[in-house]
Design a binder for this molecule. Structure first.
Ligand code: ADP
Length: 393
């Protein structure tokens, strides 16, 4: 059985075709510059196939993808594709799990699209395109927010007028839920139990920390949108909103422009003035660049702040897990974070920590909390959900 995982953006569509018998990726790739001009890359069997072709909309991208899967002999017929799972960023409090797409689901998605205006409408274009191209194949929607729906009210409410929540849905929703769920399931497999306290650190360009007890999310660092929480590649993380008016006035910018600056020009990029990419920051840090050192210290400090907060919230922790681009690939950041947690009895083995992109236990045997690197796999999680829904349909 083969399942496609889809992550559709406003001008891009990423896909992974997965053989669910062994969970191996058969092919993956990206269609880019949709609605501008168009190009695509398909990787399969150790080969990389790249082409420039006009992509007027998401339907074009999906039709060409399906045609190429046949042309490149990745599948013999499209009947081999038995399900398509779509990543959707925001499910609000309407969706607390993955669902099969039907008219009712599309209506609900439409009703909440303004909560993630840059993402949800684009995700929906991907769904519509597959419904058209493969009308007999079930589609599912997997929400970035669903895993966080187990947070209690005291956790997800902001201390703002209650009516804002009632009237406008202002509350914490979180993000990266599919990744945190994958890390939770993998931790359960490693520990061979579903009873554990886990602090899951998804640290990529976007970053979020989640407190998990017995496989359920208790709290997470992202908020109403992914702008909140720790400092990220280009996002500020938590700030005092009162700083907005003087910046708007002095920079002569409106609120949308300032929010854009907080999303795209802040974080590691904004503070260091060097780059949003942690590899560049590490190079400058190792060369003794002062702004890089300041930025690195702040970045590590913000991650530590959240881990410490969640350690207290969970009344201890069995496992701290690092994942995503930085979490999986930066021994330096893992070491700096864990050094900051020495007072909690966290100790890492520097030799074991010297790994990239591989699952490993990196703490010492006498560490009070086990520290793992666990490469995330959101595409596989989407495909697994899709398979299980199709089987039970
Ligand atoms: P996204 O949030 O876009 O999904 P990723 O999880 O792919 O991000 O993470 C991308 C980031 O991972 C890059 O911006 C870079 O900072 C970081 N990264 C990738 N490789 C390394 C590495 N070897 N060392 C340090 N950081 C790395």
């Amino acid at each position: 059985m083969k399942i496609i995982s889809i992550n559709a953006g406003s001008s891009s569509l990423k896909f992974s075709l997965i053989n669910m018998e062994n969970e191996n990726v058969i092919a993956n790739g990206v269609f880019e510059r949709i609605g501008i001009d168009g190009k695509y890359t398909i990787k399969f069997n150790g080969q990389k196939y790249e082409k420039e072709e006009q992509l007027n909309n998401h339907n074009d991208a999906v039709n060409i993808l399906l045609k190429e899967l046949i042309n490149l002999k990745i599948v013999n017929t499209l009947d081999e594709i038995e399900g398509v799972g779509h990543r959707v960023v925001q499910g609000k409090d309407i969706f607390d799990k993955t669902v099969i797409v039907d008219d009712e689901v599309m209506k609900k998605l439409d009703s909440i699209k303004h909560f993630a205006p840059l993402h949800n409408p684009a995700n929906m274009l991907g769904i519509e395109a597959f419904k058209k191209a493969l009308p007999n194949v079930p589609n599912t929607v997997v929400f970035d927010t669903a895993f966080h729906q187990t947070m209690n009210k005291e956790t997800y409410l902001y201390a703002v007028p209650y009516e804002w929540y009632e009237k406008y849905g202002i509350r914490k929703y979180g993000a990266h839920g599919t990744s945190h769920r994958y890390i939770t399931e993998t931790t359960a497999q490693i520990l061979n139990t579903d009873k554990f306290k886990l602090i899951s650190c998804h640290i990529g360009n976007g970053a979020s920390i989640t407190a998990i007890k017995d496989e359920k999310c208790i709290d997470t660092s992202m908020g109403f949108t992914p702008l909140a929480g720790v400092m990220m590649g280009t996002r500020s993380g938590d700030i005092d909103p009162s700083l907005l008016p003087p910046v708007m006035e002095n920079e002569n910018k409106n609120i949308d422009e300032i929010i854009n600056d907080l999303n795209k020009k802040s974080g590691v990029l904004g503070l260091s003035g060097i780059s949003s990419d942690m590899r560049d920051l590490e190079t400058a840090y190792n060369e003794g660049n002062e702004r890089a050192i300041l930025t690195m210290n702040k970045y590590v400090r913000r991650i530590t702040d959240y881990i410490a907060q969640y350690y207290v919230l969970l009344n201890g922790a069995d496992v701290i897990a690092f994942t995503a681009g930085v979490g999986e690939n930066s021994p330096l950041i893992r070491k700096l974070v864990c050094d900051n947690l020495a007072c909690l009895g966290v100790k890492i083995d520097e030799e074991k920590n010297n790994i990239r992109g591989k699952q490993a236990l990196i703490s010492t045997p006498d560490s009070k909390i086990k520290v793992y690197v666990i490469p995330t796999d959101e595409e596989l999680m989407i495909a697994r959900d899709t398979l299980s829904l199709i089987k039970n349909a």
